[in-house]
Design a protein around this ligand. Structure first.
Ligand code: KIV
Length: 272
């Protein structure tokens, strides 16, 4: 069901909380560069996530672990130069916040100062509570991330659905309530049962953005390159592809190769 939408010239953390209380769903997509961010922002997406999925999508790593703070700052500053409306949230990469709260704050400050991002996202619950509090105390907005947290892939051992067992589900609910209580402005829930995600969304006042978490949450996020079909080997059930750019681009590029070989490009009107 769609509801009447309020016009927002610029999305802030407050706008998102307002959207939740007005029943307006929040749209979020990743972007890692200027050109893509310009399109995503122009199309009206509310939140742009400069995700550490850049490690997979942009750099070709198998996991999100190798990406560095400097690389995240580079991606985020490229995105920031493109946007007029969206709120830009930047992932703190693996190893920049888990070890101690002071280091976490230093990493978050670097993101805010050097990229111009508007907020940071951290993966985890009670185990990183002190780091999150430290960042929040410095006036930096924090988005939480629970459920499947890809930075912990070597602990989980698999990218399968999380929190199917009662104990993990209970811990997730308690972590979500803790994130709300200490002052996070939103939380991402990744790859958990839809019923559990609904229960979390109903029990906290901050927006819950889902990826593989069903429709009864306050918004959705996808990795841009997956939803436009630029990637084609990653096919989880939760992914809807709105285009098949992998095929379209392959076709266009092989046509270009043929045209160059056949001297069909450039033609008379394409030269001086
Ligand atoms: O890095 C990322 O793209 C993310 C989303 C999958 C939520 O964290």
């Amino acid at each position: 069901m769609s509801t009447a939408k309020k016009e927002y010239k610029r999305i802030t953390t407050r706008s998102l909380i307002e959207m939740k209380s007005n029943g307006e769903k929040i749209s979020m997509l990743t972007a890692y560069d200027y050109t893509m961010a310009k399109i995503v922002d122009g199309a009206g997406v509310d939140v742009i996530l400069v995700g550490d999925s850049a490690s997979n999508v942009m750099a070709g790593h198998e996991t999100t672990l190798p990406i560095t703070l400097d690389q995240m700052i580079y991606h985020a500053s490229s995105v920031i130069r493109a946007i007029d409306r969206a709120l830009v949230v930047v992932d703190l990469p693996f190893g920049t916040y888990q070890s101690d709260p002071k280091k976490a704050l230093r990493s978050a400050i670097r993101i805010m100062k050097e990229s111009g991002g508007h907020a940071v996202k951290l993966e985890g619950g009670k185990e990183i509570k002190d780091s999150i509090k430290r960042i929040l105390n410095a006036g930096i907005p924090v988005m939480g991330h629970l459920g499947l947290t890809p930075q912990s892939i070597y602990k989980f051992g698999t990218y399968t659905v999380r929190a199917k067992e009662e104990a993990e589900a209970k811990q997730l609910i308690s972590d979500a309530k803790m994130l709300e209580k200490i002052g996070c402005f939103a939380v991402v829930l990744e790859k958990i049962p839809a019923k559990l995600a609904q229960q979390v969304a109903q029990s906290i006042s901050i927006p819950v953005i889902g990826i593989g978490a069903g429709s009864d949450v306050d918004g959705q996020v996808l990795v841009l390159h997956d939803m436009i079909g630029m990637t084609h080997e990653f096919n989880p059930r939760f992914l809807r592809r709105y285009m098949n750019l992998y095929e379209d681009m392959t076709h266009a590029i092989s046509q270009y190769v043929t045209d160059v070989k056949d001297v069909a490009f450039p033609n008379e009107s394409e030269q001086y």
